[in-house]
Design a protein around this ligand. Structure first.
Ligand code: CDP
Ligand code: MG
Length: 139
């Protein structure tokens, strides 16, 4: 079964929306198989957002991602990667479809509540970066 990496970002933590997001994943038939709360640092963020290192928004994004703790998680299900990306919506909340997390609660293109892997290969990489094998539970 496909797995994907989902991270609740600091804005969602501040707005007490972490479990609203998780609830939507559960209702869509996805199953949590790993979860941990952590505070990100520059080392984590330089790797996680390495593909955005040359972008104008990179430093602001890192500052935002260090504002509060985050919750890293892994979700399993059929087409989990695509399903989660559909549930969270487009990066920019203004462009996100009605009923998606980012449409419903996103403040702006930076403070958009949640990160989710954009493909199966990225998912494997991100899961491996945040979790040891024995922290991903087969159930
Ligand atoms: O998160 P997603 O994969 O939808 O978008 P991305 O293009 O991979 O960008 C990663 C994150 O950078 C976004 O979720 C935003 O939080 C942030 N971002 C930003 O602050 N300003 C932008 N113009 C684009 C993205
Ligand atoms: Mg992305």
């Amino acid at each position: 079964m496909e797995k994907t990496f989902v991270m609740i970002k600091p804005d969602a933590m501040q707005k007490s929306l972490a479990f609203e997001v998780f609830s939507r994943l559960e209702k869509a038939g996805l199953k949590p198989v790993a979860m941990k709360m952590l505070k990100l640092d520059d080392v984590n963020l330089d790797v996680h957002y390495a593909h955005h290192a040359d972008k104008s928004f990179f430093n602001d994004l890192k500052t935002f991602m260090k504002e509060s703790p985050v919750i890293a998680s892994v979700w399993e299900g059929e087409n989990a990667v695509t399903k989660v990306r559909e549930l969270i919506g487009a990066t920019n909340p203004e462009q996100a479809s009605a009923g998606t997390v980012r449409h419903d609660y996103g403040e702006n293109i930076q403070r958009n509540l949640v990160h989710a892997s954009d493909g199966p290969d990225t998912a494997k990489e991100e899961i491996g970066r945040f979790f040891n094998e024995n922290e991903v539970i087969n159930w």
